[in-house]
Design a protein around this ligand. Structure first.
Ligand code: NAP
Length: 275
């Protein structure tokens, strides 16, 4: 069964989307990256995540070109840099991103991480963008448990680093987001730990039992609780096909226990890690 996650505003999304950090940086790989994103959307990975930070707009530019023929199918996530997140700066950053993307609407606009502009200004700007229909909703990224309360209203999503080697948020942030009303959805970034877990022997043995790859196990692990969306980044069609198959990979209790033993869940509060 393909996994989906329903956000507090009623939007239902596939539990696996597509990240795009470092995509669009090299003109020689542009065609393959565009083909990869399009194939990902066709395979159901219709949430695409980018940021004004990624290649100073190069990722947004490539994403815009890739999704243009299928724009209506895509749930587009973009992020404003904290240094731009003043009342006026947020609006200007969004308008710049829309131009780079070649579209008239971002579905979910995130504050990339906490900065020094007052959060009330950023949220006021987000609300204005919603009113003008330039964005559909707003959320945050890299916000820890003790910082969530600083927002004047609840973000729809918090995009955070989450994979078996980065489980600190399971202690406090994840339960807090689950019990918040409205719920704050968790979007797991770097679910493949940027490749650093691909040689792990425990993950390898789990993968072999499913005739799957370690990357697929990692993506399936990130989404296995049913309310987390993972956004692995793939630059090749082979990788995106693999990642799409993670949507239907069911990890067993034995798999999860072996992963827990190798990558224990936190027993105390730890600061949220950031990449
Ligand atoms: P990631 O998705 O954990 O890992 C990407 C790496 O995994 C790339 O080297 C990719 O290779 C490789 N890979 C992908 N699929 C694979 C497969 N099936 N088999 C083997 N290798 C595979 O790391 P990430 O890019 O840092 O995180 C994902 C996305 O999250 C980002 O692209 C970005 O959109 C978002 N993000 C957000 C923040 C934030 O602060 N909000 C921070 C980091 C990331 P190829 O490229 O060669 O396919």
């Amino acid at each position: 069964m393909t996994r989906t996650v329903t956000l507090a505003d009623g939007t239902t999304l596939p539990a696996v989307g597509q990240g795009t950090w470092y995509i669009g940086d090299d003109p020689r790989t542009r065609a393959e990256e565009i083909a990869t994103l399009r194939e990902g959307v066709e395979l159901g990975l219709r949430l695409v995540d980018t940021a004004e930070m990624y290649g100073d707009g190069r990722s947004e530019n490539l994403v815009g070109e890739a999704i243009a023929p299928v724009r209506d199918e895509v749930y587009l996530v973009d992020k404003v840099l904290p240094m731009n997140a003043s009342r006026r700066g947020t609006i200007e950053a969004c308008e710049r991103s829309l131009r780079e993307l070649g579209t008239d609407r971002i579905d979910l606009y995130l504050l990339h991480w906490m900065g020094s502009h007052p959060l009330s200004e950023t949220v006021d700007a987000f609300e204005e963008l919603i009113e003008r229909d330039l964005i559909g909703a707003w959320g945050v990224s890299n916000v820890d448990a003790d910082e969530l309360g600083a927002f004047p209203s609840a973000p729809l999503v918090n995009q955070v680093l989450y994979n078996p080697s980065r489980r600190g948020l399971e202690f406090d942030l994840l339960p807090m987001q689950r019990s918040a009303r409205p719920t704050i959805a968790t979007m797991a970034y770097s679910p493949i730990e940027q490749g650093r877990l691909l040689g792990d022997p425990v993950l390898q043995s789990v993968a072999e039992r499913h005739d799957a790859s370690i990357a697929q196990v990692l993506v399936a692990w990130a989404i296995h609780e049913g309310d987390v969306i993972a956004i692995p980044k793939a630059s090749t069609r082979e990788h995106v096909r693999e990642n799409a198959r993670a949507l239907t990979l069911e990890l067993t209790a034995t798999d999860l226990a072996e992963i827990d033993a190798a990558f224990p869940a936190p027993s105390h509060a730890v600061p949220l890690e950031i990449l």
